[in-house]
Design a protein around this ligand. Structure first.
Ligand SMILES: [Mg+2]
Length: 278
């Protein structure tokens, strides 16, 4: 089962959907992948650092992590990161004054908690924003898209939580709203968004910092060729693919080199038994 890795990971980033959990279509409930809780507990017992990062931006960590703990996964709030965590850091570093958020109240709350001044589309100040952030926004309206296009055409920065079209759930693949909204804005403005979630370099930088490791020593564990494996390959980390989510072993074998995992395991339950770490 184990294949030779370029080197042994010294810490891990775990994807959520399809890797540690399967969630239902309405994101109301989770099921833990069998063996996931035991793997995380064993990493803790061995003192190996890990974090979880989802491209889901619907809820802040303080809401999402307790749901994971409720199904037995030992994920403390401070170990769970979302694209909003990455976006907030970038927005503050770059000094954006006001950010137009196309997302749920949960998205705006997560950014505001981190110190970003968020403006929703119905706020008069929406016309004075210097950045646009597209995230989980199931009730996005055409006026929302119109406003985002106007801001981007006017020179506002264009960032997004995720530009991945689908993610794995218990019921099969589920639709990534932000990708659809991004597509509309990009088509109109001719500008592509800067993703803050996986596979962005911004995301892996935050992950490595949180683990206290160089990026090259991070094992990126996930079920999506673009979100996780492309990030690992592009940034020199170690890509560990699971076949428990949206990508089958056959599909993994067919990936181009820039999205190919270093190793494929059936699920996270095999992370410790497959001889991947010492
Ligand atoms: Mg996934």
């Amino acid at each position: 089962m184990a294949q030779p890795l370029p080197r042994s990971p010294r810490g891990f980033m775990f994807d959520l959907d399809g890797t540690l959990i399967l969630s239902d279509r309405k994101l109301g409930g989770y099921t833990a992948i069998p063996g996931a809780a035991e793997t995380l507990a064993e990493l803790d017992a061995r003192g190996i650092p890990w974090i979880a990062m989802t491209n889901g931006s619907a809820y802040p960590a303080g809401v999402q992590a307790p749901k994971l703990r409720a199904v037995g996964l030992p994920v403390r709030d401070e170990r769970l990161f979302t694209p909003n965590s990455v976006a907030a850091r970038a927005m503050i570093e770059r000094g954006y004054e006001r950010v137009l958020v196309l997302g749920t109240q949960g998205v705006a709350d997560a950014l505001a908690e981190a110190g970003v001044r968020c403006v929703l589309p119905d706020d008069p100040a929406a016309h004075e924003t210097d950045a646009v952030y597209v995230a989980w926004h199931p009730h996005c309206s055409m006026p929302d898209i119109h406003l985002a296009c106007e801001r981007v055409l006017d020179g506002a920065a264009f960032l997004t939580a995720s530009d991945v079209p689908f993610f794995a759930t218990k019921d099969g693949r589920s639709f990534g709203y932000s990708c659809a909204i991004n597509g509309a804005v990009a088509r109109v403005t001719g500008r592509e968004p800067e993703p803050c979630g996986k596979p962005s370099a911004l995301a892996l930088k935050l992950i490595a910092e949180q683990l206290g490791l160089p990026e090259a020593d991070v094992g990126v564990v996930g079920d999506d060729a673009v979100a996780e494996m492309q990030m690992a390959r592009a940034e020199g980390a170690i890509g560990i693919a699971v076949a428990s989510g949206s990508t089958s072993r056959e599909q993994w074998a067919a990936q181009p080199p820039e999205r190919a995992p270093h190793v494929v395991i059936d699920s996270v339950a095999d992370l410790l038994t497959g001889g991947l770490i010492g």
